[in-house]
Design a protein around this ligand. Structure first.
Ligand SMILES: [Zn+2]
Length: 433
């Protein structure tokens, strides 16, 4: 089911036009012309900036209700499409639909088999490269901020804070208005390339009262605070008209049907999330794959995921992490597409790995496959499967193998887990000992 609302707006239009008149639909032909014009001139990435706004526990379907009722006029201006959280059930990417793993995925582009945040535990530490770190490693002078209502998020990223990958750190202790004010001030008066602002009220109200009038009021309240951030950016752009801001709004999980009080498990309602974006999205967001190999949850896995947010921000900022050590499971929602739905199945007995992916824009371009930085194969993008039989030298026991498939200079990775055993190895003499 195509759920995307096909409209978007350009932030710069918001600067000069009043808020009510800003829902500005641009036809596809016109946007294609604009994109072509932009690609002909060198992009000044120093003017590229990104704001990710977290709306904890905001259910996709309930946001749609709020928009239909006129209660979320600010969020209504974005392109909003369905996505999913919690990884793929029964695989290495599966993670609970709690907030800790969810926000860690949103801030790393990885599932919990990389970030290792498995629950709502403030003692857990992110174990993979965060968006903050990836930006800093590319351009140390770029500044980042994490201004959050649920303090555990910044606890989970304490290492990033200690290593100064996050310049501005604020814990607002469940007071969303504190987030609105501090983030507005940071956006308007300071210089950041990336700002993460997190609101918690929809989750708090959902736990206390479930879906209903209070939950709708919580969505309305956060929409107003999102409007406060957008207003701060409009004011900023009067002084900095050349800045180009990507804005994404996203929740960390859905809520259990039918009453919405809880979450954490693997149900369609808890896994269903959304991504709202202010830029023209590519097919990864706007054209879900209708026939994913895994059709569980009614084909939900054909949609974008919360892991796609980090690569989207990186694409906008012009940050290209090293392909030989690429730690991101998601796919950019803007610009050129690489492969989609990359998955790796390990056969421990045969010591092989089967990679499968989709390429929805195959044009005969080269496709390269890496495992842990080693080039395994150069194919074309019309191929959608590869078997890695060259695993003889991988050590026995549990070992993670990072596969990366690259098309159009756009990578996607998958961290597979092997558990090879010496007893099953091909050398029969080992069995005699
Ligand atoms: Zn919650």
């Amino acid at each position: 089911m195509l759920a995307a609302i096909n409209k978007y707006w350009d932030l710069r239009k918001l600067v000069f036009v009043g808020l009510a008149a800003t829902a500005f639909a641009v036809c596809d032909a016109e946007s294609t012309v604009v994109q072509k014009e932009q690609s002909q001139t060198a992009i000044d990435y120093s003017q590229r900036k990104a704001l990710v706004i977290g709306v904890d526990g905001m259910q996709y379907e309930k946001l749609q209700e709020a928009i239909a009722a006129g209660r979320a006029p600010n969020l209504a201006q974005f392109t909003i499409a369905k996505s999913y959280i919690g990884g793929v059930v029964g695989t290495v990417t599966q993670q609970s639909t709690y907030s800790g793993p969810g926000w860690s995925t949103i801030l790393t582009g990885a599932w919990s088999n990389r970030h290792r945040v498995t629950g709502n535990d403030s003692r857990q530490r992110n174990q993979t490269k965060s968006i903050f770190r990836l930006i800093k490693e590319a351009t140390p002078s770029r500044r980042t901020a994490s201004i959050i209502s649920w303090n555990t998020i910044n606890d989970n990223f304490a290492r990033d804070i200690e290593l100064a990958y996050i310049d501005r750190v604020e814990k607002c202790s469940d007071i969303d208005q504190c987030v609105a004010e501090k983030a507005s001030s940071a956006l308007r008066f300071e210089v950041f390339s990336f700002v993460f602002a997190h609101f918690d009220e929809p989750d708090l109200t959902g736990h206390a009262q479930g879906f209903g009038d209070a939950y709708q009021a919580a969505i309305q309240g956060v929409d107003t605070q999102v409007g406060q951030l957008l207003a701060a950016l409009r004011q900023r752009q009067v002084a900095y008209p050349d800045e180009d801001w990507l804005i994404i709004v996203t929740p960390d999980h859905g809520r259990a049907a039918a009453d919405g009080h809880s979450h954490g498990n693997q149900t369609l309602s808890e896994k269903t999330t959304f991504i709202a974006i202010n830029k023209p999205a590519n097919a990864q967001l706007s054209a879900p794959i209708s026939d994913p190999d895994n059709m569980n949850f009614g084909g939900l896995y054909g949609n974008a995921t919360q892991a796609d947010i980090v690569p989207t921000v990186l694409a906008h900022l012009g940050v290209k992490p090293n392909l030989l050590d690429y730690p991101i499971d998601g796919v950019s929602l803007i610009g050129e597409l690489g492969v989609r739905l990359l998955a790796v199945q390990i056969n421990n007995t045969a010591r092989s790995a089967t990679l499968k992916w989709r390429n929805t824009s195959a044009q005969g371009k080269p496709l390269t496959i890496y495992r842990d930085g080693k080039l395994l194969a150069t194919l074309t993008d019309q191929v959608s499967e590869y078997v890695d039989n060259d695993l003889k030298n991988v050590q026995d026991g549990v070992v993670d193998l990072n596969y990366t498939v690259v098309v159009n200079d756009v990578p996607q990775s998958y961290l597979a887990r092997a558990n090879f055993s010496a007893a099953i190895s091909s050398n029969p003499s080992l069995l005699m000992r």
